[in-house]
Design a binder for this molecule. Structure first.
Ligand SMILES: C[S@@+](CC[C@H](N)C(=O)[O-])C[C@H]1O[C@@H](n2cnc3c(N)ncnc32)[C@H](O)[C@@H]1O
Length: 254
């Protein structure tokens, strides 16, 4: 397979190259999200801290992140819980950085959703923040995730509509909810659209606060992209929520 044919592949290679070498971007992430995990999504520290509730303490605990980027979020979860961390992402640039940053009880793989596989019953917690959209067959991929989870294991997903996925009526009508139902994975879901609107406003403020550093680093294109991505948060909330929605799903394998 030619990876350049996959959606956004070349853009993500460039993004993770920039993220590794740009102090302006790192400072922007810390201000916008509360921690620098090189986010290209909407995951702030409040969302990531919710994952901590589901990670068992003590024993041989394994967590997997689907679309792990450069592994910084997994590194944070390991620092807080001591768990073994596993992650995969199609970006070679991202995985190269992850392998340098995290070497203790860490396993990172360069791989594409639908092609990567793990042993069944391997993980206590599987996370995927803003990446499930890239599965060509969401139901088949959720079946694979279920296979990888241990009994009682938790699948925690940050899921946005109005971006890669079209906006549907509610959490229950999302492609992800339907895939969880089809695979017999009971879930709870929290609507965090309002918090996401506020986060996007914070992202915009943080980008503007670091404009000078972005320009000094010759990163004007990335600065412009941040403004473009957050333009929707300059509308009033009702308009925003008519076009976008964000949910946190927590599914458990029985
Ligand atoms: C929106 S970003 C989210 C990254 C990170 N989880 C976060 O919350 O900031 C999507 C991630 O999925 C990866 N990705 C996109 N399509 C993929 C695919 N088909 N297979 C594997 N990884 C993919 C990208 O390289 C990127 O790291």
């Amino acid at each position: 397979m030619n990876k350049s044919d996959l959606l956004f592949y070349d853009a993500y290679e460039e993004f993770y190259r920039m993220a590794a070498g740009s102090p302006a971007f790192q400072a922007f992430c810390k201000d916008a999200f509360g921690e620098d995990f090189s986010q290209d999504g909407f995951s702030d520290i409040a969302q990531i801290n919710r994952i901590l509730e589901y990670i068992p303490t003590g024993g041989d605990v394994h967590i997997l992140d689907i679309g792990c980027g450069n592994g910084k979020m997994l590194g944070y979860l390991q620092q807080k819980t001591g768990a073994c961390i596993h992650g995969f992402d199609y970006s070679g640039e991202a995985i190269k950085t992850a392998e340098v940053l995290f070497t203790d009880r860490a396993d990172f793989r360069e791989g594409v959703i639908g092609e990567v596989d793990y042993e069944e019953n391997s993980f206590d917690v599987i996370t995927s923040m803003d990446t499930m959209y890239f599965a060509k067959d969401m139901s088949a991929f959720v079946a694979q995730v279920k296979k990888w989870l241990k009994k009682e294991g938790v699948f925690f997903v940050g899921y946005q509509e109005g971006d890669v996925m079209p906006r549907t009526e509610s959490a229950e009508t999302t492609v992800l909810a339907q895939a969880l139902q089809q695979n017999g994975l009971p879930y709870e879901v929290t609507d965090i659209t309002r918090q996401t609107y506020e986060l996007l406003q914070k992202k915009r403020e943080a980008a503007l606060a670091h404009e000078k550093e972005f320009l000094e680093e010759q990163q004007k294109d990335w600065f412009d992209l941040l403004l473009f991505q957050t333009d929707c948060a300059t509308e009033n909330y009702e308009e925003f929520a008519g076009q976008m929605a964000r949910y946190l799903f927590m599914a458990r394998k029985e």
